[in-house]
Design a protein around this ligand. Structure first.
Ligand code: NDP
Ligand code: MG
Length: 406
C-alpha cells in the first residue's frame, strides 16, 4: 500500500444517529487506520449523538436546536470531550464544506438533507450520497455542481451502488456510448408485495415499517412499503447515470440479493450481488477505487437456493406509477412528488391518514403543479414549500371531512 492509501481521511457524517449513519460509523470503526470522524450531526436523538461524540471524539457536532446544542456542549465538557457543538442548518453546511474534510456521508433523511449535500459538492468534496431526495429534488443542479466543482460523487443507495459497480468508468456521457441498453433496478416489493388492495387499506405504521429484508429509518421503510422508494430511485438513477426514465426498468426480486443489473447491447447482463446489508455499499464507496472489509458475511448462494423475479403492479402500488410519471414530466414535478410524499408519509405515521391515502394525496398535489423548469436552489426550495403547503391543506380538508362524516 502506498502513502496516500494509508493517510487518514477526515469524514463528516450527516445524519449520524440514523440507520445509514450508524452503518457508516460501523465501517469507520473497523478501519481506524484509514478514517477519522471530523463531524457528526443529529436532529432529535441527542443522547445517541453524545455517546457517539464520546466514542469518536469528532472536531464538531451539529444539532438543529440552539438550546440542545448548549446542553450537549456542557455535558461533553464534563465528560472531558473537546468536540465543539454547533447549531442550525447553516452549521450542517459548514461541517460538510469545511476545508479539512475529505469525505461527506450525506445521510440526513428527506429534503432537509439537500442544502448540506449541495454544500459538500460545491466545496468539491468526495460525497457519499445516501439522501436520494437530493437528486429527486435538484438532480440537474446537483449534477452540474458536481462537474463544475470537481466533486467525487459515489452512490450509497444499494441499487445505485450496484449499477455504479456494473458500469464502465466513462458512463457519464450517457448509456448509449458505453453500449448499455437499459438498467434493471431491483426492488424487494416491500412487506405488502402480495397484499390485496383491501388489505393495504388496513395497514398500520408498525406493519409498514417492518421491512422483510432491510433494517432502515421509518420514512424510507414506508417508502419501500408503498414502492415510492423505487420511484424515487428511478429518478435518482436517471440523474446519476444520465439515463432516460424509459431506460430504467423496475424488477421485483423479493430476496434482495441482486442489488441491480446493467443490460448491455451485446446481451451481457452484469449484476452485483451480496447480502442485504448497507455496510457493503458504504464500504465500497468509502474505499473506492480500493476494497476494504465491511464486516458483512459472505453470500451463501446454496443457502439462498432460489431467486425470483416479477414485474411490479402499478395499480396496487400507485406511488411507483406517480414517480414514473413525474420522472417523465421532469422540471418541478419530482420536487412536488417528493414534498407531497414526505407530508403524506409523516401524516400516515401519525395515524392521520390511511396507507392507501398516501398515493391519493400525492396524485392530487401533483395535479395542481404546472410543470416548470427550475433554475436555482432557491426555486427548488420554493416549489418544495408550496407543495408542502398544498399537501397540508389537503390533510386539513381531510380532517374536516372525517370529522363531519364520523
Ligand atoms: P433515519 O431516519 O434512520 O436517519 C435520518 C438521520 O437524519 C438521523 O440522523 C436524523 O437525526 C437526521 N435528521 C432527520 N431530520 C433531520 C433534519 N430536519 N435536519 C437534520 N437532520 C435530520 O434514516 P435512514 O438512515 O434510513 O436514511 C437516511 C437517508 O438515506 C434517506 O434519504 C434514505 O432514503 C437514504 N437511504 C437509506 C437506506 C437505509 O438502508 N436506511 C438505504 C438507501 C438510502 P435524529 O435521528 O437525531 O433525529
Ligand atoms: Mg435502495
Amino acid at each position: 500500500m502506498n502513502a496516500t492509501a494509508v493517510s487518514l481521511q477526515q469524514v463528516t457524517v450527516l445524519g449520524a444517529t440514523g440507520s445509514i449513519g450508524s452503518s457508516t460509523l460501523d465501517v469507520i470503526r473497523q478501519h481506524p487506520d484509514r478514517y477519522q470522524v471530523f463531524a457528526l450531526t443529529a436532529h432529535s436523538r441527542i443522547a445517541e449523538l453524545k455517546a457517539l461524540c464520546i466514542e469518536h471524539q469528532p472536531r464538531f457536532a451539529v444539532v438543529n436546536d440552539a438550546l440542545a446544542a448548549q446542553r450537549l456542549q456542557s455535558e461533553l465538557r464534563l465528560a472531558g470531550v473537546a468536540t465543539q457543538v454547533l447549531a442550525g442548518a447553516q452549521a450542517l453546511c459548514d461541517v460538510a464544506a469545511h476545508p479539512d474534510v475529505d469525505a461527506v456521508m450525506a445521510a440526513i433523511v428527506g429534503a432537509a438533507g439537500l442544502p448540506s449535500a449541495m454544500a459538500a459538492v460545491t466545496a468539491g468534496k468526495k460525497i457519499l450520497l445516501a439522501n436520494k431526495e437530493t437528486l429527486v429534488m435538484s438532480g440537474a443542479l446537483f449534477m452540474r455542481a458536481v462537474h463544475e466543482h470537481g466533486a467525487q460523487l459515489l452512490p450509497i443507495d444499494s441499487e445505485h451502488n450496484a449499477i455504479f459497480q456494473c458500469l464502465p468508468c466513462n458512463y457519464s456521457e450517457g448509456l448509449a456510448p458505453v453500449g448499455v441498453r437499459r438498467i434493471l433496478l431491483t426492488a424487494s416489493g416491500g412487506p405488502f408485495r402480495n397484499s390485496s388492495y383491501a388489505d393495504l387499506e388496513r395497514v398500520t405504521p408498525a406493519q409498514a415499517c417492518a421491512h422483510p429484508n432491510w433494517s432502515m429509518g421509518q420514512k424510507i421503510s414506508v417508502d419501500s412499503a408503498t414502492m415510492m422508494n423505487k420511484g424515487l430511485e428511478l429518478i435518482e438513477a436517471c440523474w446519476l447515470f444520465a439515463a432516460r426514465p424509459e431506460q430504467v426498468e423496475v424488477v421485483i426480486h423479493p430476496q434482495s440479493v441482486i442489488h441491480s443489473l446493467v443490460d448491455y447491447v451485446d446481451g451481457s447482463v452484469l449484476a452485483q450481488l451480496g447480502n442485504p446489508d448497507m455496510r457493503t455499499p458504504i464500504a465500497h464507496a468509502m474505499a473506492w477505487p480500493e476494497r476494504i472489509d465491511s464486516g458483512v458475511a459472505p453470500l451463501d448462494l446454496c443457502a439462498l437456493a432460489r431467486m425470483d423475479f416479477f414485474a411490479p403492479d402499478l395499480q396496487r402500488f400507485a406511488c411507483l406509477r406517480l414517480a414514473i410519471e413525474a420522472a417523465q414530466a421532469g422540471g418541478s414535478a419530482p420536487i412536488v412528488l417528493n414534498a407531497a410524499n414526505e407530508v403524506a408519509v409523516a401524516a400516515f405515521l401519525r395515524g392521520d391518514i390511511r396507507f392507501t391515502q398516501i398515493p391519493q394525496l400525492i396524485e392530487d398535489i401533483l395535479g395542481l403543479d404546472v410543470v416548470n423548469q427550475v433554475q436555482s436552489l432557491q426555486e427548488v426550495l420554493a416549489v418544495d414549500q408550496q407543495a408542502r403547503q398544498q399537501a397540508n391543506s389537503w390533510l386539513a380538508k381531510q380532517k374536516i371531512h372525517v370529522g363531519v362524516s364520523s
